[in-house]
Design a protein around this ligand. Structure first.
Ligand SMILES: NC(=O)c1ccc[n+]([C@@H]2O[C@H](COP(=O)([O-])OP(=O)(O)OC[C@H]3O[C@@H](n4cnc5c(N)ncnc54)[C@H](OP(=O)(O)O)[C@@H]3O)[C@@H](O)[C@H]2O)c1
Length: 417
């Protein structure tokens, strides 16, 4: 991504030219004479700390990756009074609050637009467009790798085939764990929740499910029920409470998020004044993401030119409590013939629509709370003769949460808008 940023700056567009931006130094791990010759006007070094401590540098862009080294470097950069831009979601999800406090203390900017959803200007939108509004819910596709894999499975591939294609195309890493287990999306959901709701949820309060147990049959069943399966991040707010989930989720086929395919990301915000706002675009890739870094750079440089003190996202976040809203579930089972999946479901009091094919049973259940889902999970996974594949949540676009102090008593009684 560093290369992408350098290439965009070199183009000197009409918006960038008046800012007189110049990349003077860059850190790399492997410094060779050939590499230096490629960039004669940028002094390369393997010593990133020397850049952070260079008194002639005003703005630091961190695109190294990792957590501990960039954390140490950016703490030092902020203490040295440098404006900081980073694309590092793992760092911001883990240490964002400390870094933001340090940036406030030293009256410098800490911008990280590229860290969440690549090219989509979601953080700037959350920071600047809702001053007189309250966001009540958000839902989106925040991980391009998972969305690519599920889109391929929807079109007929197996999970393994889809993952291999994603790796060939550079959409998945050799070790895809963070993406396919929903960790990457969980980090993004934490960052989004802080900015959208001014609340600070814990990683452990996110209901997280990876995509690795999905099979072709799940897509056929979802289709039968009128849904498609998307890797959804969701946050719903009621007062100080949030319900957060990252999971392959059944999304109604006619909903906007159902049409967001392959490596694309999207986010939909529900708020009191605006009702619904949707943004979508490429979630990764060198140029789309570098574009977000350059947008941060432009904002920082304009502030510097105007001698304005940057405003960073709020540091005084209130703790978020867990919200338990009943949700429909999609259960996927295989029975070995000793008992039928349907008998077992009936015994457990699971009601809903049924899609059966051979020994495979799919149930679209009534809306139930977390406790009931956990009870079903436990009972089904211990039932002799039944193999439980997974229980997936179903997205209800009409549930928009609410913020009590902004709404009338009548509306308080009704969480579905
Ligand atoms: N790529 C994307 O689409 C994307 C999207 C959103 C966010 N991000 C985030 O952006 C960051 C960078 O991603 P990337 O894909 O550009 O990674 P990358 O291709 O691995 O580039 C990292 C760069 O940092 C240099 N580097 C790493 N450790 C260093 C050290 N200790 N000292 C000096 N230089 C060091 C590497 O040097 P060498 O070249 O010598 O190894 C390399 O040039 C990550 O935080 C990632 O999560 C990436």
């Amino acid at each position: 991504m560093g290369r992408g940023v350098a290439n965009i700056i070199a183009r000197q567009t009409p918006q960038l030219a008046p800012l007189n931006l110049k990349i003077t130094r860059a850190a790399v791990r492997n410094l060779t004479p050939a590499r230096q010759a490629e960039h004669p006007d940028i002094a390369l070094t393997t010593d990133a700390l020397s850049i952070v401590n260079d008194p002639n540098i005003q703005i630091i862009i961190e695109v190294l990756g990792g957590i501990d080294l960039p954390f140490a470097l950016l703490q030092q950069a902020l203490k040295n009074g440098k404006q900081v831009i980073t694309a590092n979601k793992d760092l911001i999800a883990t240490h964002g609050r400390e870094l933001t406090a340090l940036a406030q203390q030293h009256h410098v900017a800490l911008n990280y637009e590229a860290a969440v959803m690549g090219s989509i200007p979601i953080l700037r939108t959350l920071n600047t467009n809702f001053a007189g509004d309250q966001i009540t819910a958000l839902a989106g596709i925040a991980n391009g790798t998972s969305n690519f894999i599920l889109s391929q499975m929807q079109a007929g591939s197996s999970y393994t085939e889809a993952l291999q294609l994603a790796q060939q195309k550079g959409f998945a890493e050799a070790d895809p764990t963070n993406d396919v287990e929903g960790l990457d999306a969980s980090y993004k959901l934490l960052i989004l929740s802080r900015l959208a709701f001014n609340l600070d949820p814990k990683l452990s309060s996110i209901q997280r499910l990876g995509i690795t147990t999905l099979r072709r049959a799940d897509f056929a069943a979802a289709d039968f029920f009128g849904y498609t399966i998307k890797p959804l991040v969701q946050a719903i707010r009621q007062n100080q409470q949030l319900r957060l989930s990252v999971a392959p989720t059944l999304v109604p086929k006619n909903h906007a998020l159902a049409g967001v395919a392959n490596e694309f990301n999207a986010i939909q915000l529900a708020s009191n004044n605006t009702n619904s706002l949707t943004l979508s675009g490429p979630g990764a890739g060198s140029l789309p993401t570098a574009n977000a870094v350059v947008a941060d750079l432009q904002a920082v440089a304009l502030n510097l030119q105007a001698h304005l003190t940057p405003t960073n996202a709020a540091t005084h976040l209130e703790a978020a409590e867990n919200l338990d809203l009943p949700t429909q579930q999609a259960i996927s089972l295989t029975s070995n013939g000793v008992v039928t999946g349907l008998d077992v479901a009936t015994q457990l009091g699971i009601h809903g629509q049924i899609f059966a094919s051979g020994d495979q049973l799919h149930l679209l259940t009534q809306a139930v709370d977390r406790h009931t889902v956990a009870q079903w999970q436990d009972a089904l996974s211990h039932f002799v003769g039944i193999q439980l594949h997974h229980i997936l949540p179903v997205y209800d676009p009409t549930v928009r949460g609410f913020v009590e102090k902004f709404q009338s008593d009548e509306k308080k009684m009704n969480i579905t808008a």
